[in-house]
Design a protein around this ligand. Structure first.
Ligand code: NAD
Length: 438
């Protein structure tokens, strides 16, 4: 099939490249000319493991190209994916749909006869209806379809997730879209017998938010239990194992952490709440999840304070791992940011290290000296805080780390280290959901 993908972010780049891997011809468009220029030079604007090779292979095979020329990309595309950002509107919480609507307006006059416009961005229920109206208002003739196909990939393992999904969700309102979308997915996923959930467009839109809200709730549930574990002297890792092996519950998303972040859960839970409010519905569990998660992110700074004797004023704190999770350069809503800002407000000097995310971190963080080398980052520090458990950070030589530091506090917010190993290296370790040593 001939496919155009609008937006070369994490979702657009991964999904389009995977469609090419399945044998389709994909043309990318982005209104950020710099991104297109970099892509045309063979450089990726994002970090995602394995994506470089996949893009190069499909480009060399003539199945993938990048352009700023929207008309050239859209005019003979049978399917046009909209994969632009839908961030939370500042101060409102609802999804900012301006990028989606702008893309719809721009492609409207260019669409081929019977083209299927697919909204891949995460959008509130009813957005597909609005996109359809926008396109219809611009086009004087010709038929087209609008479908919903939300994406469930995780950054860091995005290619694996896209090529091996648990399910594909497709929302359509007409036969044309139904046939085209089934043709696109059914063959590549036939061998794995991946379920394809074919539903109405509005249901498909809501499925994405419901899934993310459920996962955010599961994370928050185990995070709160981790706090209880600390007080009653039990280990949240063993608790999660015992609970998660129950198939009705499942063991994923039961790792206690500093609080969820990233470019999806925070904004999607807020947008779902806003949709519910607009319809007079109270989603109390999701409301509590959002509140508890925000409080938790701030509480992590208090954990650091406790570990260094109650006060960080004048102290130097080294933060290892800045991105919202390992294997991505994405800093959007990363828990490291409120943690660092709170520590700075309490008077600490904060230094940081991340294997991949420092370029993005430098744009967001003020007054944080960044180091390529974790040991240099920790030199003369009063405490080290592990915020993201990159493999290279897990492999740090704890004895060497301790040697360069001024004081022995290690606050391990990802339970990346065995407490016994940290103690043997001379650290006083504070972790998540493990008994507090008083
Ligand atoms: P992103 O910000 O990384 O990328 C969006 C891209 O769209 C940018 O390159 C931007 O320049 C481009 N763009 C915006 N308006 C445009 C226009 N009119 N024409 C052409 N290009 C335009 O975003 P992302 O992380 O890829 O997320 C995209 C959508 O997918 C969001 O709705 C998000 O919620 C959803 N999603 C993201 C993930 C994830 O892990 N990142 C997972 C599932 C779903």
């Amino acid at each position: 099939m001939k496919i155009a993908v609008i937006g070369t972010g994490y979702v657009g780049l991964v999904s389009g490249t995977c469609f090419a891997e399945w044998g389709n011809h994909v043309v990318y468009v982005d209104n950020n000319a710099e991104k297109i220029a970099r892509l045309n030079q063979g450089e990726l604007p994002i970090y995602e493991p394995g994506l470089d090779e996949l893009v190069t292979r499909n480009r060399n095979a003539g199945r993938l190209s990048f352009t700023c020329n929207l008309a050239a990309a859209v005019e003979d595309a049978e399917v046009v994916f909209i994969a632009v950002g839908t961030p939370a509107r500042v101060g409102h919480g609802d999804a900012d749909l301006s990028f989606v609507y702008m893309a719809a307006r721009e492609i409207a006059p260019l669409l081929a006869e019977n083209a299927v416009v697919v909204v891949k961005s995460t959008v509130p229920v009813g957005t597909g209806d609005a996109v359809e109206k926008i396109i219809a208002s611009v086009r004087s003739r010709g038929s087209f379809s609008v479908a919903s196909n939300p994406e469930f990939l995780r950054e860091g393992v995005a290619i694996h997730d896209f090529l091996n999904p648990d399910r594909v969700v497709i929302g359509v309102e007409d036969e044309n879209a139904h046939a085209v979308m089934v043709a696109l997915y059914s063959d590549p996923l036939a061998e794995a017998r991946t379920p394809i959930v074919l539903t109405q467009r509005r249901t498909s839109e809501l499925i994405k938010y419901a899934a993310n809200a459920f996962l955010a709730t599961k994370i928050t549930f185990i995070n709160e239990l981790a706090d209880l574990c600390e007080q009653v002297g039990t280990n949240v890792g063993e608790l999660a194992l015992g609970v998660g092996l129950d198939k009705r519950i499942g063991s994923s998303f039961l790792n206690a952490r500093p609080g969820y972040g990233g470019s999806c859960f925070p904004k999607d839970t807020l947008a779902l709440l806003r949709t519910a409010q607009d319809h007079g519905i109270a989603l109390r569990i999701v409301e509590e999840t959002v509140t508890a998660n925000e409080a938790r992110k701030r509480k992590m700074a208090l954990k650091v304070l406790d570990a260094v004797g109650g006060d960080v004023d004048g102290k130097t704190i080294a933060v290892l791992g800045l991105t919202f999770k390992p294997d991505t350069d994405d800093m959007r809503d990363a828990p490291s940011v409120p943690l660092i800002e709170t520590l700075q407000r309490f008077g600490a000097t904060v230094r940081g290290h991340d294997p991949v995310g420092m370029e993005n971190a430098a744009r967001i963080l003020d007054d944080v000296q960044l180091f390529d080398d974790p040991y240099e980052c920790a030199r003369d520090a009063d405490a080290v805080v592990i915020v993201t458990e990159w493999e290279s950070i897990r492999r740090i030589d704890l004895a060497r780390l301790r040697q360069v530091m001024r004081a022995p506090a290690l606050i391990d917010l990802r339970n990346a280290f065995e407490p016994a190993a940290a103690e043997a290296a001379g650290f006083r370790i504070t972790a998540i959901g493990r008994p507090i040593v008083r």
